[in-house]
Design a protein around this ligand. Structure first.
Ligand SMILES: [Fe+2]
Ligand SMILES: [Fe+2]
Length: 256
């Protein structure tokens, strides 16, 4: 059952962005996805994402669009919920990491800002989507916020290598997580096309959005490895614990 996004969660996200902006040399981009921008009356049917301008369905069918099944609606709701939670955590990890890292090595400031800015944009994307489609955000916002900030700050205090190992571990899990979602959505597309239904432009746009974000997460993974993530000691333990924590957080956020 889809429910309206709760105002406290959106307020919390706004506060996070305001807090994060103070740590970087320039503020994050203005939030253009605030809740008041969109009509709350939109409900998810077969189009869970906003369409790009002038986009059109690539299929032409007299059957039109097939309504989502209850299972598909539940999948999309949990996907948007967990993605928003994950992107919130990502912004907080970089927010926690940046002051200790940049204080010791100012040359890391552009990289940290670049990765943070991309995570902030991902978070705006999913804030927009969960509000537009009236998906309840995770109830564990406060818990994830504390844990992500602590993880970022703690690994940065251990050193650059540990901080980068954290990014390597997180992005490995998140890259796989987005890939699994993309595969599921492509399966839905294949089924609809096989049955002669249209696939809406918004649905295709959602898949392309997930692909772009997945690619940016994997870019972060590459940056981390290039910046000595695998020299962290003990690398296997650090990355193993963080990856297990990510999997647990994903599992919980999909449901709670
Ligand atoms: Fe992200
Ligand atoms: Fe990332």
């Amino acid at each position: 059952m889809l429910r309206p996004a709760t105002r406290p969660a959106l307020v919390a996200t706004r506060q996070v962005r305001q807090c994060a902006a103070r740590f970087f040399s320039s503020p994050v981009s203005p939030d253009t996805s605030s809740s008041h921008v969109h009509s709350p009356s939109t409900t998810p049917e077969t189009n869970p994402a906003p369409p790009p301008p002038n986009s059109r369905s690539s299929t032409s069918s007299s059957k039109g669009k097939k309504p989502l099944t209850a299972e598909q609606r539940a999948f999309l709701s949990s996907a948007l919920r967990v993605n928003q939670a994950g992107e919130l955590a990502a912004t907080l990890i970089y927010t926690g990491q940046t002051p200790p890292l940049v204080t010791r090595d100012p040359s890391l400031r552009p990289l940290m800002k670049h990765m943070y800015d991309q995570e902030a944009a991902h978070l705006r994307t999913f804030n927009d989507l969960i509000y537009r489609h009236r998906v309840r955000p995770t109830a564990l916002y406060p818990l994830w916020s504390v844990m992500a900030t602590g993880l970022g700050w703690g690994t940065a205090m251990l050193g650059k290598e540990a901080a980068m190992a954290c990014t390597e571990a997180v992005e490995t899990e998140i890259g796989g997580h987005y890939n699994a979602q993309i595969r599921k959505l492509l399966e839905m597309v294949s089924e609809w096309e096989a049955e002669g239904y249209e696939v809406g432009a918004e649905f295709r746009h959602l898949i392309n959005t997930l692909r772009r974000i997945r690619d940016e997460e994997l870019e972060h993974l590459d940056h981390a490895v290039e910046h000595d993530a695998q020299k962290a000691e003990p690398h296997w333990l650090l990355t193993g614990v963080i990856r297990a924590g990510c999997r647990g957080a994903i599992w919980v956020s999909e449901r709670v």
